[in-house]
Design a protein around this ligand. Structure first.
Ligand code: SF4
Ligand code: SF4
Length: 330
């Protein structure tokens, strides 16, 4: 549930929204910062209690929650929480740099990460926003690796850092986004980091623009398999790309965003393109998602006019549909 600038009303959540979403296979709490909602604990607990087994619950956070929210989340991550109920629970911790967060907050964020890892190492994923080819991704990765080493990740285990290119926001105010031309430079930095940290891998959730790997050198091709796309799919060896039907582009079918009024959007860059409202649907299920997904693709894929560098790119319409569609609308 995304609540841009506004808090969801508690009564609306309990009586209108929760009954419609409770059987949805994936529920993610997003923000702003969801733990800042004054009734966060109640909303989170009621959601968790209402969910059936074999579904997924996620929380996107900056890690600066108060102790009350932290206690609840750690007990949900622990043995007697989600594991017992067979619900997969994931905390996505947005790892900030020292540039944009105070040292004290950064320390707290690290502490919170360690607490989650000790409760259940699988419950936490670090997330890094890619906003500039010059950003200090090296320090961000160093700090994350140091936490994994401190809590004693076994040497034969891999961990995946979620990376999310900062996409343009369509309509509204302009934002800082990562230009597509800079993807190969940042991809180069990331592959060097994979060499330095042998347990590290990178995971892209919605689209994985293959030009991130354009500057991989011949003796580095094994690193390609330490990139994941659409959340969990391993990028195949480069030699297989020519003979496989691969699609790295915008993963339609991803969970819909729902805002504080129940309005539905495909994703943050298109938050001004309302696709429906939960009141239209008996349940927010696969049928509702397919309908909203079809509306989204009709607008963004059919009507898209591709620009450079995608227009001349050898990956375009072979395995990539121009990265994130938002770039075609700015
Ligand atoms: S089509 Fe665009 S985003 Fe996709 S790989 Fe090529 S340049 Fe990158
Ligand atoms: S348009 Fe596609 S790639 Fe871009 S943010 Fe939305 S889901 Fe992700």
């Amino acid at each position: 549930m995304r609540t841009p600038g506004k808090s969801m009303d508690f009564d609306y959540f309990i009586s209108d929204l929760l009954p419609k979403i409770k059987n949805t296979p994936v529920i993610n709490f997003m923000g702003g910062e969801p733990t800042l909602h004054p009734q966060f604990n109640e909303i989170f607990s009621r959601t968790f209690e209402a969910m059936p087994s074999f579904t997924s619950l996620g929380l996107f956070t900056n890690g600066l929650m108060g102790d009350k929210a932290l206690d609840l989340l750690v007990s949900t991550a622990g043995r007697n929480g989600a594991l017992k109920r067979k619900i997969s629970f994931a905390v996505l911790l947005n790892w900030q740099t020292l540039d944009n967060i105070s040292e004290k907050n950064h320390e707290r964020c690290g502490e919170v990460a360690e607490i989650f890892m000790r409760a259940n190492g699988y419950s936490i994923t670090f997330s890094i926003n890619l906003y500039s080819k010059d950003q200090d991704i090296e320090s961000q990765c160093e700090q994350i690796d140091a936490i994994y080493q401190k809590v004693g990740l076994p040497k034969d285990q891999e961990y995946r850092i979620r990376v999310s290119p900062a996409f343009p926001i369509v309509g509204g105010e302009s934002n800082i986004y990562l230009p597509i031309r800079d993807y190969p430079k940042l991809g180069r930095k990331m592959s060097q980091l994979l060499k330095r940290f042998p347990q590290m891998a990178f995971r892209f959730d919605c689209s994985f623009p293959p030009c991130f790997l354009d500057e991989i050198e011949e003796d580095e091709t094994d690193l390609v398999q330490r990139f994941y796309f659409h959340g969990f799919k391993q990028v195949p060896e480069l030699t297989e790309w020519k003979t496989q039907d691969l699609y790295f582009g915008c993963a339609d079918g991803s969970p819909m965003d729902i805002d504080s009024k129940g309005d539905c959007f495909n994703c943050f860059p298109f938050h001004e393109m309302q696709l429906g409202n939960v009141s239209e649907f008996k349940e927010v299920n696969s049928i509702a998602s397919a309908r909203m997904g079809a509306r989204f693709l009709t607008s963004v894929f059919e009507k898209t006019e591709v620009k450079e560098p995608c227009k001349s790119c050898p990956h375009y319409m072979v395995r990539c549909s121009s990265g994130c569609f938002a770039y075609n609308f700015i």
